[in-house]
Design a protein around this ligand. Structure first.
Ligand code: ADP
Length: 258
């Protein structure tokens, strides 16, 4: 090909190559969607029998008097709960990505939303002797899905506390820019290596150093990204020296003029 590229017909070859690449990319996208669909179907199909199994384990736990057996059953219940949590998160992401949740949009107060998240996580931060602080500007109403945005901000605060050692600091900011409402969650924790910053939004991806050390399923940031996209916003990860700052920008032009 490199010989022919300088000769006659090279433009035609290039055009053909670009067509082939585009066809390949389309095919990969179709395959990836297929893989996602299969994993969603599996999650959906397994949820009911797993719930039944979990309930039966819980009955067994109550029926058994032997502490050793109780310990084993308790460990199985914990595993079943972990799997059920993963399935639910996976299905929620698909639901959000399918985009038909816009029907749940209403005018919401982001200040109250952020305050509610802080209130929820205050005890967890206290347990780790961390300072959980907030700085909020008064912002107008934002048109969006409150439950999903609450879940997204909660996931970020949960991560910030989880990946920050005892005695650290977590700061949640809310401000207004000309084109966007900006929510930022900054921590003084371990941060994310530059090479992993794009990957952490992929389903199930976890940074090597957190695997086995911290609980998690690698789906939290995928949901956050899906929620931000549903609101036509943007999400970025910045270094916080030390730690991580996650910034979400929600476009103000989707807000009705009041
Ligand atoms: P989970 O926390 O359940 O593993 P997430 O999708 O929320 O899944 O995050 C993906 C990965 O990104 C985490 O496993 C962790 O390695 C990294 N990560 C997320 N938030 C932070 C943070 N605030 N500080 C450091 N690493 C983080």
């Amino acid at each position: 090909f490199s010989e022919r590229i300088d000769g006659k017909g090279s433009r035609g070859d290039l055009r053909q190559l670009s067509i082939n690449i585009n066809q390949m990319l389309d095919r990969i996208e179709v395959l990836m969607n297929g893989v996602r669909q299969v994993s969603d179907n599996i999650a959906h199909d397994l949820r009911t029998p797993l719930t039944r199994l979990r309930n039966r384990l819980s009955e067994l736990y109550n029926e058994t008097a032997c502490p050793d057996a109780q310990g084993e059953v308790a460990a199985l219940i914990e595993e079943a709960d972990g799997l059920l949590g993963t399935f639910s998160a996976l299905l929620r992401i698909t639901q959000v990505e399918s985009g038909n949740r816009r029907s749940g949009f209403a005018d919401i107060d982001l200040c109250t939303l952020v305050s509610d998240v802080i209130e929820l996580y205050e005890p967890l931060a206290q347990d780790k002797d961390q300072q959980l602080e907030t700085g909020m500007a008064k912002v107008g109403a934002f048109h969006g899905d409150r439950n999903l945005l609450f879940q997204a901000v909660a996931n970020l605060v949960d991560n910030a506390i989880k990946y920050t050692p005892e005695g650290g600091r977590v700061f949640v900011g809310l401000s207004v820019e000309p084109a966007a409402f900006k929510i930022s969650v900054a921590d003084s924790g371990v941060g994310i290596p530059a090479g992993d910053k794009e990957k952490v939004f992929q389903r199930f991806f976890r940074v090597e150093s957190s695997r086995g050390k911290q609980p998690g399923n690698g789906l939290g940031l995928s949901l956050v990204q899906a929620v931000v996209r549903l609101h036509e916003g943007e999400i970025s990860l910045e270094d916080n020296h030390p730690g991580l700052r996650v910034v979400i920008r929600l476009p103000r032009d989707t807000t009705p003029v009041v």
